[in-house]
Design a protein around this ligand. Sequence first.
Ligand SMILES: Cc1cc2nc3c(=O)[nH]c(=O)nc-3n(C[C@H](O)[C@H](O)[C@H](O)COP(=O)(O)OP(=O)(O)OC[C@H]3O[C@@H](n4cnc5c(N)ncnc54)[C@H](O)[C@@H]3O)c2cc1C
Length: 377
Amino acid sequence: MPRPIFDCIVIGTGGFGSAALYHLARRGLKVLGLEQFTPAHQLGSSHGETRIIRQAYFEHPNYVPLLLRGYELFEELEQTSGKKLFEQCGLFLSGPPDGETIQGANLARKLHQIPLETVDASEYADRFPGYKMPEDHSVVFEPVAGFLRVEETVRAHLDEAQEAGATLKFESAVRSWQPEQNQFLVTTDQEEFIARKLLITAGAWASDLLQGINVPLQVRRKVLCWHPVQSASYNLAGGAGCFFFEMPYGLFYGFPSLDGQTLKLAEHTGGNDISHPETLVREELEGDGTSVSNFVTNCLPELSPQSVRQAVCMYTMTPDHHFLIDEHPDHPGLYFGAGFSGHGFKFTSVIGEVFADLISSGKTNLSIDFLSAKRFA
Ligand SMILES: Cc1cc2nc3c(=O)[nH]c(=O)nc-3n(C[C@H](O)[C@H](O)[C@H](O)COP(=O)(O)OP(=O)(O)OC[C@H]3O[C@@H](n4cnc5c(N)ncnc54)[C@H](O)[C@@H]3O)c2cc1C
């Protein structure tokens, strides 16, 4: 029997692969998603309950138009899936007035008219009970920010992709791919597949599958911590939101308490670099969470400084901490998204759409040139 030819095979169905499959399948393309683990698993970079989403993007204002479209697409996904994925609880940023966080957020506000309130120190206690801002900090509040339920979002993209006709194969690790007569032959342990286009969204495993792009990708072990709350100040149900602090000893962020019992927070900086995801230690190591405990003692006085639960996740860093989204220089028709550097999840919906644009027509109206791998040439 002749093998079916797919329009596109997506390798890796985590945050970005699931979103790309959703958009490709809804455009009527014949797509196959291959995933080495199970749907919305806990072994890559898209797990741990929640991910912050915001628009006053201090990392670079060029991301803002992508985020504005991303917000629309998450809303669309909520409607198609009937699931509540986004919680618009707001986010405050606390940092030195001349630091990268406050300066960057204010620049994004100015260039893109993002709603961002400057909060006076006299209002902190009323507006943000349970937090102690350092005296030399400025605080801004972004009301349209909030968080996404990360596993539910991946699952919704996958379910809706399947509903639209995508074929999904789990526990199917891709061992190799090769170009074959203007197509791509993809091999797993069990089967071979053919497609006209290929998309690699393999997260921390990207370097295994992406030769020839000449950009080093560094995998980093990151720890998420859940700490018991000792007052109702942090409860989502009571109106608490997300937070981000630029401290002299690192960047720390967290979420409101979803269950009224614990609150999840983490250090965005720090973490140990590892040679490959296979070498990742998923168990708790001595020293895990120490910097977070120290931060809790300084800034969240109504939270226990001792965590009761931890989870390990991976960042995949590019040299400049900006994403890599491009077509492979040596293989036309092979696209990739990699190196999301610990801040990618909020872009999954829009970058999924960008991939669908590129794969179906070779171009996109969204500005992604600043994310091209060619910037490292
Ligand atoms: C602790 C932590 C906190 C974060 N916080 C935020 C936040 O608040 N806001 C935000 O926007 N972002 C955040 N991020 C970043 C964001 O979560 C990631 O950028 C994003 O989830 C990465 O998605 P991905 O698709 O690249 O990787 P993944 O979701 O890991 O997907 C890659 C998939 O490829 C599969 N795969 C790999 N190799 C193969 C193969 N050979 N064959 C088949 N399948 C394969 C993997 O199994 C995996 O499922 C955070 C990340 C971490 C780790």
